[in-house]
Design a protein around this ligand. Structure first.
Ligand SMILES: NC(=O)c1ccc[n+]([C@@H]2O[C@H](COP(=O)([O-])OP(=O)(O)OC[C@H]3O[C@@H](n4cnc5c(N)ncnc54)[C@H](O)[C@@H]3O)[C@@H](O)[C@H]2O)c1
Length: 326
């Protein structure tokens, strides 16, 4: 199947491209390279450098590729930028989404998978949140993910799309950008490999649900290809199905830092570069950081047969090796 992956040159999008190729599909990528890079893509995958907020550019890409399905990962994904520049956030995450949905309808792409976020929809929760939990977004970024799902619902009903919103928890893995504010595993890897201590905000007792990027990519493959089940609330034409993609397992930042440092030390020793890495330093708490957030992935197992397969320790070991070699 020909599948257009917006944001396909980014962290999660490029793992989706790899997964689609391995499953025999034909991905093409639309990306403005604002945070992604062409280096993330395997040779031969068409890359259209375009801004989703520009409807003419989006139209040109759809006319050239004529995809049968769309996997929409492109987004402005900085929570703090969304607070500073809500209009820019809405331009990319709302208007950009609507342009991509319009083009999908015009060109007959029947299935649309959207990168949503459990982290920003459910707020502070100490037990894994099910999809039925009322959304309580507190940042413009969270609001745009929620509004995005509502647009998807409208386009599905109005135009007969099969729409799936995947609500990721905290995704980590090779290729994650270590220069942003999110992506704590990537940020810790970069700092520690530079011989500097990882910086932990406040007391570090902030619990998150970490899911491995290639596992998330497999969820996208299943959402793009699952047979319509035509049962209420399942993947079917004319409806939106929202599914959590996470592990339901919480890890706090202090434990995460210890695991990342241990994984990097093991990797360095294996390379004959024995070097104990510095212990973390603690900075001030970040205002507004949730104490705990985790998602219940049971519905994704029921609907798509998706379960996370890579345990945190294994995923961190693979990620550490990738950053050590990068
Ligand atoms: N990483 C996470 O933990 C996480 C959690 C929940 C949801 N998400 C969502 O998953 C998706 C992918 O995130 P990621 O972690 O791979 O981030 P990323 O920054 O690596 O990927 C985003 C991609 O979109 C591209 N992009 C940004 N603005 C664009 C625009 N206007 N036009 C075209 N392309 C544009 C970027 O260049 C980049 O390649 C995003 O929608 C994000 O909101 C990520």
């Amino acid at each position: 199947m020909k599948i257009l992956v917006t944001g396909g040159a980014g962290f999660i999008g490029s793992h989706i491209v790899d997964t689609l190729l391995a499953a025999g599909h034909t991905p093409a990528v639309l990306d403005d390279l604002s945070s992604g890079t062409a280096d993330n893509l395997p040779p031969g995958v068409p890359l259209h450098v375009a801004d989703i907020a520009d409807p003419d550019a989006v139209e040109r890409v759809f006319a050239a590729e004529r995809p049968e399905a769309v996997c929409h990962q492109a987004a402005q994904m900085s929570v703090s930028r969304s607070v500073r520049e809500p209009a820019f956030d809405a331009r990319v995450n709302v208007l950009g989404l609507v342009h991509v949905l319009d083009a999908a309808v015009r060109h007959g792409a029947g299935r649309f998978v959207f990168a949503s976020s459990g982290g920003v929809l459910y707020g502070d929760v100490t037990t894994p949140a099910p999809e039925s939990m009322p959304a309580a977004p507190v940042s413009p970024y969270g609001i745009t993910k929620w509004v995005g799902e509502r647009y998807l619902e409208f386009y599905a009903r109005e135009h007969g799309l099969t729409a799936v919103a995947l609500r990721y928890s905290n995704v980590y893995g090779p290729r994650q950008n270590p220069h942003g504010e999110a992506g704590v595993v990537a940020i810790f890897c970069r700092k520690l490999l530079a011989g500097q201590p990882a910086r932990i905000n406040g007391d570090g007792r902030y619990v998150r649900d970490y899911v491995y990027g290639p596992d998330v990519a497999r969820a996208n493959l299943l959402a793009l290809t699952a047979e319509s089940l035509q049962a209420p609330g399942q993947v079917s034409r004319g409806t939106l199905t929202s599914l959590n993609i996470g592990t339901g397992i919480g890890t706090d930042v202090n434990d995460l830092e210890r695991m990342v440092r241990g994984a990097l030390e093991t990797d360095l020793v294996a390379r004959g570069r024995a070097s104990p890495l510095p212990p973390p330093e603690h900075g001030p708490a970040r205002p507004g950081d949730l104490r705990s957030n985790l998602v219940d992935p049971a519905r994704a197992a029921d609907v798509l047969g998706w379960r996370p397969t890579v345990a945190l320790a294994d995923g961190l070991a693979r990620t550490a090796t990738w950053f050590a070699l990068a």
